[in-house]
Design a protein. Structure first.
Length: 515
């Protein structure tokens, strides 16, 4: 081949490349962009069937991480991760990790959306003896641990108050802390009757009695390594403690004690000694009241038949500046109420023999945030009754209920049936449906035996309760129900997010790691 011929071929090849390469690049970019748009919009390409498949994403987070993921029994890697391109539909999810209970949940994958599963795993381990409790020792559980009151065998005038608690070392697992003890010297003429701590701990009422069984009540604050001597001088709460029908109860604010007599509900400030009448009881309805972290909530009758009003008052006697519900209707006389405040909103549950209702100003629509609003008429098919002043109400049970517990930040209300054989959860806000749990009511436990409810833990992920002589946890889906410890029938207990201190059937205190 001549040199001129080679030059012509080379020149022609370059001309072809100048035409082909831009076209190839154009088609490549267009094709890649199309594929990206398909994926971004929740589709994947099924090459075999030459079709587009609608998909979603499953985002799984566990604490601790690095747990194995099984979707319809097929291994899909470890947490924490997002699993893309899952065909839409319903799947069975199982999460396993050595030393922990399996976590199971039914998940719905939706087109173009991320389904988020947050699973706090519970450890499957035994419990350790924390301390032995004798029959003549008093026990109180609070938010900061357990307090045990015991006599000094060497000196009957001195009693020891010991706090048992959990420490959380940095970069280490939680463990029992070194117990703290306070010594109290009581008058020789008095003996211990009872001790009652505020929910947050530290402040407590110590009830002593003389030989005639007259009661003396002292308001004290727990201080480790302190010795305090009590005097026989009259205490301001003595008259109430010795009045028939009177009850003393700590408020959720540890500076106040609520005193309920046959005729009044009174707030007592332990710092100033001042007393304020919160309710003058005019009828049996006036005996129905509940505490929130701001004050008390109570209801009163209106002139119209079966109509009532709800009121809020702070512990210092001032009206709380949030809308009160006025003139709401109930099918029967209220038998019990429970309430909780969340910011400037309040939710109240009222139980009657003909049904139980969730009511309050939680349901107002602000920035399209709330699912129950004054304009809505249905929530998951359940009728919302609207009221012109103060809020709305919704029926959450067809019968009377008991043991109501709120988890306000997630808009959960849990409750037991009147016979304490079924445990239900009602979710009343769309922000709570982070796991695509339907709004409205669901029965988590239905049993022939009595259920003893305790409290929420793990940021509302689980609820602790006792049944059939066993301490148990159940999650909000109702699919994970663990018996975490036998021999616990009706304990006092302390929970934080990672550990539990509980009283067993033998009255001893035990330490158990949960997370």
């Amino acid at each position: 081949m001549t040199q001129n011929r080679r030059f012509q071929i080379k020149y022609l090849f370059k001309r072809i490349l100048k035409i082909v390469l831009p076209l190839f690049s154009l088609f490549f970019i267009a094709g890649t962009t199309a594929i990206i748009l398909i994926i971004v919009n929740g589709y994947t390409i099924d090459i075999t069937n030459q079709s587009l498949v609608r998909t979603g994403v499953l985002n799984i987070e566990t604490n601790p991480a690095d747990a194995e993921i099984f979707i319809d029994d097929l291994y899909n890697g470890n947490t924490n991760r997002a699993i893309p391109n899952i065909s839409i539909g319903n799947y069975s999810l199982k999460i396993t990790k050595n030393g922990y209970f399996d976590y199971r949940e039914k998940v719905a994958i939706r087109h173009g959306l991320a389904t988020i599963i947050i699973a706090p795993l519970i450890r499957d381990v035994g419990a350790d003896l924390f301390t032995q409790i004798k029959d003549n020792e008093f026990i109180s559980s609070t938010n900061d641990g357990f307090y045990v009151l015991k006599n000094n065998t060497d000196d009957p005038r001195k009693i020891f108050l010991t706090r048992f608690f959990v420490t959380h070392p940095i970069f280490d697992i939680p463990r029992p802390g070194t117990p703290e003890t306070m010594t109290i010297e009581i008058p020789s003429s008095l003996t211990i009757k009872d001790i009652q701590f505020s929910p947050l701990g530290k402040n407590f009422l110590l009830s002593l009695q003389d030989k005639t069984e007259r009661v003396r009540v002292y308001t004290l604050t727990f201080t480790a390594d302190k010795s305090e001597k009590l005097l026989t001088s009259q205490q301001q709460l003595d008259s109430y403690a010795n009045t028939i029908g009177s009850k003393l109860k700590w408020a959720t604010n540890p500076d106040f004690v609520i005193i309920e007599t046959l005729n009044q509900v009174i707030s007592y400030n332990i710092k100033t000694g001042s007393r304020i009448i919160l309710i003058e009881k005019q009828s049996t309805i006036d005996s129905l009241w509940s505490m929130t972290n701001q004050g008390i909530v109570f209801i009163s009758t209106e002139d119209e038949k079966d109509s009532y009003s709800m009121h809020q008052m702070s512990f210092n006697g001032n009206s709380i500046q949030t809308p009160s519900m006025k003139k709401f209707f109930l099918p029967a006389t209220p038998k019990a109420i429970w309430a909780e405040s969340e910011g400037n909103k309040i939710a109240t549950v009222v139980s009657t023999d003909q049904g139980s209702y969730l009511l309050g100003n939680m349901f107002e629509n602000r920035n399209s945030e709330y699912e129950i609003t004054s304009n809505n008429t249905l929530l998951s098919g359940i009728a919302i009754e609207n009221h012109s002043i103060g809020g709305s109400s919704i029926k959450i049970a067809d019968t009377g209920i008991t043991d109501v517990s709120f988890f306000g930040s997630k808009f959960f209300v849990s409750f037991l049936s009147a016979k304490q054989t079924s445990f239900s959860l009602f979710i009343y806000n769309k922000r709570a449906a982070e796991h695509y749990i339907d709004l409205g009511s669901r029965i988590l436990i239905k049993s022939d035996t009595v259920i003893t409810p305790f409290q929420w833990l793990s940021n509302g992920g689980y609820f602790a309760y006792s049944q059939n002589d066993s301490l148990r946890l159940i999650d909000i889906s109702g699919e994970n129900n663990y018996s975490i410890q036998p021999g616990v029938k009706d304990p006092q207990f302390f929970f934080d997010d990672t550990t539990a201190i509980y009283q067993g059937n033998d009255r001893n205190l035990y330490f158990k790691s949960l997370r």
